[in-house]
Design a protein around this ligand. Structure first.
Ligand code: MN
Length: 130
């Protein structure tokens, strides 16, 4: 296994596609349908990377990212916002909330794994420096 990835995503089709691509690339994929479940799962799993949908029920992705960053064990975990919201300022909002980066929907199966791999290597580099 190349690493544990937690996907917080409420859209079944998006989750299916993400899981399909990542499992095919030998990642171990875990998923949550909403922020509350995602935060709990992240705390127990301590994944190598979190993919976070921004449009989620109850708690939006920005609130989820802030909450995830309150957990010291997840302080260095790359959190990547995945959203179709291509609104100006959205990227900044995601970064302010604690996200490490941003992948735009619709997901491009040809580039998705490379994008995810880039964010995963952020954590690896950080660990090597310590
Ligand atoms: Mn959504």
């Amino acid at each position: 296994m190349k690493g544990k990835i937690l996907v917080i995503e409420d859209n079944e089709q998006n989750l299916y596609l993400i899981r399909y691509i990542l499992e095919d690339c030998d990642y171990e994929v875990f998923s949550a349908w909403d922020g509350k479940e995602g935060i709990e799962l992240a705390a127990s799993l301590l994944p190598d990377l979190i993919l976070l949908d921004i449009q989620l029920p109850i708690m939006d992705g920005y609130a989820v990212a802030r909450k995830l960053r309150e957990n010291r064990d997840l302080a260095d975990t790359p959190i990547v916002a995945v959203t179709s919201y291509a609104m100006p300022g959205d990227r900044e909002k995601a970064m302010e909330a604690g996200c490490s980066g941003y992948i735009e929907k619709p997901i491009d199966p040809d580039t998705f794994e490379v994008q995810v791999g880039k964010y995963l290597s952020m954590k690896v580099n950080k660990e090597r420096r310590q």
